[in-house]
Design a protein around this ligand. Structure first.
Ligand code: NAI
Ligand code: MG
Length: 506
């Protein structure tokens, strides 16, 4: 298709092109791909899912079910059991029994084989898992297919390898499992967060009760099928669906030895209060407001891709999203112009379409939260640019948005928006960049873009963030630890450090 040249007014031209007297290419209409949707017809979903307790599917004691919907179509996909306190009781009892009688006694080498088996089954059912992840949560298929599912398998493979090598992980120390782990996960990476929680727990010899998020329970339930097919001893992994009350029942159960939580800082604080004084171990992976810092000497086009990926990846439903862009003052206009040009080419729409860059917002509530915070941004006087991406008529969608002229005091510079919304601030010196980046309650991640290696290393030690990416963003590997500073939480997941929360080290 021909590239259309836009000849009109200066507002459609980016500053750097205008300065050079160039005309702007209208990429928005340049390449209109034909729809390329992934077919969901190979997916085997039931109409209704019970709870996965003691290796079997059981009905919830209350008899209550709720619907999980596809946020791109607003259509229900399946009915999901609402787990009550009594169901949590059954699940914890099954996990305790499996821990005492089988799992903690099994030779670590054998335990590792089960975890490998799960990893391989995930690879075998990769396509199905990716499609279901996109249907249930709204993320683009290219992300669920190329990121979520392969990284999920990688976490099981990685932790399987540790099962019989724990004494090498902590040389000279004796290690043993904790017991029963209660794990509560959010809706932004439903299958991957299940893997981050379950894989190290099992490799270290613990048994598990996992509670998926209420809007995205399906891939965890498919994982339960995989765990059953892998013939794990009954009760080693139990999956209890439901909403906040189900999670709270798990937190408050006296026979749970450890709670691992990923989700909002508000709920994380509630859980910390509930656990205070109980002696239960806990890890918290909470919100973020990451700074992506761009210096004038950075490779700008590469930085643009990294910034776009950092905030629009997975609709911005990412706790480590680069939601604050800190730009060295001299390149502000050029960088913002480049960003706007690139944003206009992003495709928002059907998550199952292989060309989609930005899928559906996970739920109506989340969409409303984003819209409300964006309104606050406008009311507080920041300048809004929303890319002119056409949106589908049905479903929950939000166009990629960037705010310039943002002050540190603005809500959009401080609060986690958890949507495709970027706030741009400027700095003049390195120390000002660090000071601004650290001026937040959070501290999960940060990015630095610069040509100077020495600067990258120096700043990485000064930023109060669990992960610092240099000249890249949102890169993950099961061997790297991930976790927060300050109100972003504590404890690490992934890598050797990610084993520690599931072990007693003597
Ligand atoms: P949330 O924190 O309520 O949900 C996370 C998980 O906790 C879900 O499984 C939920 O059922 C469970 N839960 C809720 N209340 C609980 C309680 N009292 N005790 C135990 N478990 C409980 O997050 P929500 O409401 O879905 O999202 C609100 C905001 O939180 C988002 O807009 C975003 O800013 C942030 N968030 C951050 C995440 C992260 O990865 N850091 C993930 C999800 C949300
Ligand atoms: Mg859903």
């Amino acid at each position: 298709m021909a590239i259309k040249l836009v000849e009109d007014g200066p507002e459609t031209q980016s500053t750097h092109q205008r300065r050079r007297g160039e005309r702007r290419l209208d990429f928005g209409t340049a390449w209109e791909y034909a729809p390329a949707p992934e077919r969901p017809d190979h997916v085997r979903l039931r109409d209704r899912y019970g709870l996965f307790i003691n290796g079997r599917w059981v009905s919830p004691e209350s008899g209550k079910f709720f619907k999980t919907i596809n946020p791109a179509t607003e259509e229900p996909i399946a009915e999901i059991a609402e787990g009550s306190e009594a169901d949590v009781e059954r699940a914890v009892a099954a996990a305790r029994q499996a821990y005492e009688s089988v799992w903690s006694k099994m030779r670590p080498l054998e335990r590792g084989k089960y975890v490998y088996r799960i990893a391989r089954a995930i690879q075998e059912r990769a396509r199905e898992l990716a499609v279901v992840e996109s249907m249930d949560g709204g993320k683009p298929i290219k992300e669920s297919r190329d990121f979520d599912v392969p990284t999920t398998a990688a976490h099981f493979f990685y932790n399987a390898g540790w099962a019989d090598k724990l004494s090498y992980a902590f040389p000279g120390r004796a290690v043993r499992p904790l017991g029963v782990a209660g794990q509560i996960i959010p809706w932004n990476f439903p299958l991957l967060m299940a893997a981050w929680k379950i894989a190290p727990a099992l490799a270290c010899g613990n048994t598990v009760v996992l509670k998926p998020a209420e809007t995205t329970p399906l891939t965890a339930l498919l994982l339960a099928e995989i765990i059953r097919e892998a013939e794990l001893p009954p009760g080693v992994v139990n999956i209890v669906t439901g909403a906040g009350a189900t999670g709270a029942a798990l937190v408050n159960h006296p026979d749970v030895d450890k709670i691992a939580f990923t989700g909002s800082t508000a709920v994380g604080k509630l859980i910390q209060r509930a656990l205070a004084g109980t002696g239960k171990r806990m890890t918290m992976e909470l919100g973020g407001k990451a700074a992506n810092i761009v210096f004038a000497d950075a490779p700008l086009d590469q930085a643009v891709e990294g910034i776009i990926n950092g905030i629009f990846f997975n609709q911005g439903h990412v706790c480590c999203a680069g939601s604050r862009l800190l730009v060295e003052e001299g390149i502000h206009d050029v960088l913002v112009a480049k960003l706007r040009d690139r944003m206009a080419t992003l495709r928002v729409g059907d998550p199952l379409d292989k060309n989609t860059d930005i899928g559906a917002i996970n739920s109506r509530e989340q969409l409303e939260r984003i819209e409300q915070l964006v309104q606050v941004g406008e009311d507080e006087g920041a300048e809004r640019y929303t890319a002119p991406c056409p949106l589908p008529e049905k479903g929950f969608f939000f166009s990629p948005t960037i705010f310039t002229g943002v002050a540190q005091s603005h809500a959009i510079a401080r609060e986690e928006i958890f949507g495709p919304v970027l706030s741009v601030l400027t700095f003049r010196t390195e120390s000002e960049a660090v000071e601004r980046a650290n001026n937040t309650f959070y501290g999960l991640s940060a990015g630095i873009w610069s040509n100077k290696g020495a600067r990258l290393f120096k700043l990485a030690t000064q930023l109060e963030a669990g992960v610092v990416w240099a000249n890249t963003y949102n890169k993950f590997d099961p061997s790297s630890a991930f976790g927060g500073y300050k109100e972003s939480g504590f404890g690490r997941e992934g890598g050797r450090h990610g084993l520690l929360p599931y072990l007693v080290v003597e």
